[in-house]
Design a protein around this ligand. Structure first.
Ligand SMILES: Nc1nc2c(ncn2[C@@H]2O[C@H](COP(=O)(O)OP(=O)(O)OP(=O)(O)O)[C@@H](O)[C@H]2O)c(=O)[nH]1
Length: 727
């Protein structure tokens, strides 16, 4: 028996070497050893197909013999745990658990989990202890282990409580007071939207006589002689509408549809109608350019019937006002028409309680930091209010109107500039007032956490897809070696690996095709966004594809390293740190981490990496030129070798270098010389003005007087990306 064991031990050692050659590490073989042979053997260890290579039959047989010996010795017949449903161990699991979490939950070590995933679509070699497992693989491991799965309550406990801030439920009707309408001007290009807005704004400035400097804050108020007010949104109609609608925000109460009376209904007129209809916002029709001789307002109204925009003249509800944005004619009637419609709509809001609103525009002002324009929709905004919007919060330091005048209170429907934001929210973000700075931080924390969660779900999907791809490639390789004996297979793979190792990075990149996968990590949202914005300008995919596989805020993590390893990518960190452990892990996995503190340096570095992944080109540098003065041939044995008698016109001819033969400007041969002689002497170099005889390595070429012989050398020119990020 001892002898038998010795033999088996040798076999196992053999097996380990073989596995190492196949990239499977020893610890997994040890795990197979451990689980396969211990009394607590999981069910799958007994299945012959649990071995990754079917050709290991003799080894499998030997091991099963050994297993037999062990069980016999221990007098405990091996029984798959699957058979006893009653005694099945219950394992609490949750979605997205990692390999080590699953192992811990099963009270096993990580190798046990790896083993359970052998012979599945999972690429075990790219699976780390911290890699997340898909639901299907968690189930697979548990099933194979003969254990029972229980979706964990733990998971629910672990789920963070939703701490978001949301709009309040509908207000008590008793609290509602009328508010002015918020109007967006839309219409076809050149039909006069900007002119109309300008004129309306100017009317206002003139009316106020305040002489304040008009500021573009994305919206402005127009006061009518009756004292009523209309808020006009001043951002480009379509863009504002799309941004708002994408975020589900509804700011606009009325759309003023501008149609030029001379041009009539056009493509974007129809698009505007559709936008308004989708958002269920009623229309007031401004038939513009009525001052023009060719103006035909009636035709406009008639044409609009086809799009279900029925004006009052035609028995419908749409008010049509004939205006001229250029002369200002009838603009007040247009404003009044919006008021009439607003009255019909019974626009009301509750001016009490915490503020709710929407960001219309946001920008960073050099002196004042992040600034937003908002339309207040509920409550009254005051200095000192704490607001959240998107992933930013503000303690309102200052509010101002479109004339740059400080305002102390902003009511529903009022456009107002707000200063005091920590970061820049986006257009369309909902503004919610919260009770304290602590609460604002909590909301922002929650929103960032939620976004991270969403992102890791997406990441998980991508990793799984990549794993599948790898697995398929792995299967193909298996097929390729399928007919070989394992020893031959091991040797070939060993040679391939060796070759791979010796490839210089540039050559390797060539082989991996021109793709540069990158992972971007930054200290704050803003910096990541800025880098991504620059990356968005990338337009040289034809040279090298730039693949953004992952990005996020925070220090470089193991997850980033895993991504970089899976995709063979580079990690770029902006103002972030890398712990020693992560650095070691990156070094072990051959992952490049590049840290920067200046964005343009980071981009320069990225340009360099892109260039590195592009194949280099070869340039010819002439060394000398000679012209053919005479042709003859020499006989060597039975062969007749053509020889050219030349004079060197420029530089020198060097026999060891490359040559080409030019005739009438065309290259007719490229190669090297078989002989270069001066008189009867063999020479290696011949200089300008001297005569020589030469023959080529291609004997079929016949020289002609007047041909040119060019001696040149090839120089490798490193490629440079054509991507110009614009700075
Ligand atoms: N005669 C006349 N010309 C006008 C009137 N309104 C605008 N225009 C002219 O029409 C041209 C286009 O006007 P804009 O206000 O730029 O038109 P828009 O719809 O804002 O155009 P985009 O911004 O390109 O979509 C300009 O040359 C204006 O001076 C008007 O009432 N009468």
């Amino acid at each position: 028996m001892n002898q038998k064991l010795l033999k088996l031990e040798n076999l196992l050692r053999f097996h380990m070497i073989y596995r190492q050659l196949h990239g499977l590490d020893q610890r997994r073989i040890l795990a197979q050893w451990k689980h396969g042979f211990s009394s607590a053997s999981p069910g799958w260890a007994a299945q012959p197909h649990a071995w990754p290579w079917q050709t290991d039959v003799f080894l499998g047989t030997a091991l099963s013999q050994y297993r037999f010996l062990v069980t016999k010795k221990e007098k405990r017949p091996w029984k798959p745990q699957l058979s006893s449903t009653k005694s099945k161990k219950e394992v609490a699991v949750w979605i997205g658990m990692t390999v080590e979490e699953l192992a811990r939950a099963m009270e096993k070590d990580v190798d046990f989990v790896y083993e359970g995933l052998l012979n599945t679509a999972v690429d075990i070699d790219s699976l780390e202890a911290r890699s997340r497992l898909d639901e299907v693989w968690i189930k697979e491991v548990i099933k194979k282990a003969g254990m029972k799965l229980k979706w964990s309550k733990l998971k629910q406990d672990k789920v963070r409580e939703n701490r978001d801030a949301v709009r309040r439920p509908q207000a008590d009707p008793a609290l509602l007071i009328p508010r002015s309408p918020v109007v967006t001007i839309m219409g076809h290009v050149d039909h006069g939207k900007t002119t109309l807005l300008d004129k309306l704004r100017k009317t206002q400035v003139a009316a106020m006589e305040a002489g304040g400097i008009t500021q573009h804050i994305g919206a402005f108020l127009v006061s009518l002689p009756s004292g009523e007010k209309v808020t006009f949104l001043d951002t480009p109609g379509h863009a504002a509408f799309s941004a708002m609608r994408a975020r589900g925000a509804r700011v606009t109460d009325i759309v003023v549809l501008v149609v030029a009376a001379d041009d009539g209904v056009m493509k974007q007129t129809i698009e505007s109608i559709n936008h308004a209809r989708d958002a269920q916002v009623p229309i007031v029709l401004a038939i513009n350019k009525c001052d023009k001789a060719k103006a035909d307002p009636e035709k406009v109204k008639k044409d609009l019937l086809a799009y279900d925009v029925v004006c009052e003249d035609y028995g419908g509800e749409v008010q049509a006002v004939h205006v001229s944005a250029l002369t200002g004619e009838n603009l007040m009637s247009l404003a009044e028409a919006t008021i009439t419609l607003a009255e019909m709509l019974e626009l009301k809001a509750d001016p009490s309680g915490p503020v709710e609103g929407t960001v219309i525009e946001s920008f960073t002002d050099k002196g004042r930091g992040p600034v937003t324009t908002a339309i207040i929709q509920r409550g009254t905004l005051r200095k000192g209010s704490i607001l959240v919007a998107g992933k930013s919060w503000a303690k309102v330091r200052l509010m101002f109107d479109e004339n740059g005048k400080t305002v102390h209170e902003a009511y529903p429907s009022m456009p107002v500039g707000i200063i005091g934001w920590r970061d820049l929210p986006s257009a369309g973000d909902e503004i919610i007032e919260v009770e304290s700075e602590a609460r604002a931080r909590e909301v922002i924390d929650w929103r960032k956490f939620e976004q991270e969660q969403e992102k890791s779900k997406d990441d998980l999907k991508i990793i799984e897809e990549k794993r599948k791809e790898h697995q398929e490639a792995y299967q193909k390789v298996r097929e390729k070696y399928g007919t070989l004996l394992w020893k031959e297979r091991a040797f070939i793979k060993y040679l391939e690996r060796k070759e791979q190792k010796h490839l210089r990075p540039k050559e390797k990149a060539k082989r991996d095709s021109n793709v540069l996968p990158v992972i971007i990590k930054g200290d704050v949202d803003g910096s990541v966004e800025a880098i991504l914005d620059i990356i968005d300008t990338y337009d040289a995919s034809h040279e090298c594809e730039l693949e953004l596989v992952h990005f996020g805020v925070g220090d470089i993590s193991e997850n980033d390293i895993n991504f970089a390893e899976t995709f063979d990518g580079i990690i770029y960190g902006f103002n972030v740190n890398v712990s020693n452990i992560i650095q070691q892990s990156a070094a072990k996995k051959g992952v490049k981490i590049k840290l920067h503190k200046i964005i343009y340096r980071l981009i320069e570095d990225l340009q360099g990496e892109l260039s590195n992944r592009m194949p280099s080109t070869v340039e010819e540098h002439p060394v000398g030129e000679a012209s053919v003065l005479a042709t003859f041939s020499v006989t060597e044995g039975k062969r007749k070798i053509p020889v050219a008698g030349c004079r060197v016109q420029k530089g020198q001819l060097e026999k060891q270098k490359k040559f080409k033969l030019m005739r009438n400007g065309h290259v007719i041969w490229k190669g090297s010389l078989t002989s270069l002689k001066h008189h009867k002497d063999d020479i290696s170099v011949i200089k300008t003005g001297m005569e020589c005889g030469l023959s080529l390595d291609e004997e079929k070429i016949e020289f002609k007087v007047g041909d040119e012989i060019v001696c040149y050398e090839e120089k490798e020119v490193l490629a440079k990306t054509s991507w110009d990020p614009g700075f």
